[in-house]
Design a protein around this ligand. Structure first.
Ligand SMILES: Cc1cn([C@H]2C[C@H](O)[C@@H](COP(=O)(O)OP(=O)(O)OP(=O)(O)O)O2)c(=O)[nH]c1=O
Length: 205
C-alpha cells in the first residue's frame, strides 16, 4: 500500500493466524504490513457470555501484539464465537468435538459473534483503540447422520468455531443468514472498513 502523502501512517499489523482473516482484509484492498498471531489461551471464562467473551479475546489479541511493538503501529485483531443461546461452542480441534457441534446446530438457528478491534501500539499517539461487535444469525437445515459424516470427512471443521465453515461444504446446509457473511468467516468487512476509516492514515476511500 503506498504511504499517504498527507497523513502519517503507522504500520498495520494483523494479529491473527487465520488465513481467512488475511484473505478477507485483502478483499477490501488492504495489505497489512505484518501478520503476527497472538498466542493466548482462548478458553472462555466460567459463565462468560458469547458477546463479552469475543470482545475480551479480540482485545487481548490486539493488546498482546501492540505491547510488543516498538515503532508506531495499529493492530487489527478479531475473535469469532459460535453461540447457541448463552452457550459457547468450541473451536473444533477434534472430530468428536466437530460432530457434537454439528449435532447441536442441526435444524437450529444459532448466533455467530465476531468482535474486531484496532489497538494502537509502539507509541502511535494519533491512533485510538476502537472496536465493533457483530452478531449474525445462521440457520442450519436438519443434518442426517450421513450428512454429518460427509462434513466430518471433508475436514473443513478443523480450527473453526462451532465446527463448520460457511465458506466450505457446510454452505449446502445453511438455509438462511441474517447479518454479515464476512463476520461469520472471521472478519466483518463493513465494520472493519468503518474502523479503519475512523483512524488517521487514509486507509480506505
Ligand atoms: C463459523 C465459522 C468460523 N470460521 C473461523 C474463523 C476463525 O478463524 C475461527 C474462529 O477462531 P478464532 O479464535 O476467532 O480465530 P483463529 O484462532 O482462527 O485465528 P486468530 O485467533 O489467530 O485470529 O473460525 C470460519 O472460517 N468459517 C465459519 O463459518
Amino acid at each position: 500500500m503506498p504511504p499517504s502523502a498527507t497523513v502519517a501512517r503507522p504500520r498495520l499489523i494483523l494479529a491473527s493466524e487465520s488465513p481467512r482473516r488475511l484473505a478477507l482484509l485483502r478483499q477490501i484492498g488492504i495489505e497489512p504490513d505484518a501478520v503476527l498471531p497472538a498466542a493466548l489461551d482462548e478458553s472462555p471464562r466460567q459463565g462468560e457470555l458469547p458477546r463479552p467473551c469475543a470482545q475480551r479475546l479480540a482485545r487481548e489479541k490486539g493488546a498482546a501484539i501492540a505491547a510488543g511493538e516498538t515503532t508506531p503501529a495499529l493492530v487489527l485483531a478479531a475473535d469469532t464465537i459460535v453461540a447457541l443461546g448463552r452457550r459457547i461452542l468450541p473451536k473444533a480441534e477434534t472430530e468428536e468435538q466437530a460432530r457434537r457441534c454439528l449435532a447441536l446446530l442441526s435444524g437450529r438457528r444459532h448466533t455467530v459473534v465476531t468482535a474486531v478491534t484496532l489497538t494502537p501500539g509502539g507509541g502511535w499517539e494519533q491512533g485510538r483503540a476502537c472496536e465493533r461487535v457483530v452478531e449474525t444469525s445462521v440457520a442450519f437445515s436438519r443434518l442426517s447422520a450421513k450428512q454429518i459424516d460427509a462434513l466430518i470427512e471433508q475436514g473443513d471443521w478443523r480450527g473453526k468455531a462451532g465446527g463448520y465453515a460457511i465458506q466450505g461444504m457446510a454452505a449446502a446446509f445453511i438455509r438462511q443468514i441474517g447479518g454479515s457473511y464476512s463476520a461469520v468467516m472471521g472478519l466483518p468487512l463493513f465494520e472493519t472498513a468503518q474502523l479503519l476509516r475512523g483512524q488517521p492514515g487514509g486507509w480506505l476511500a
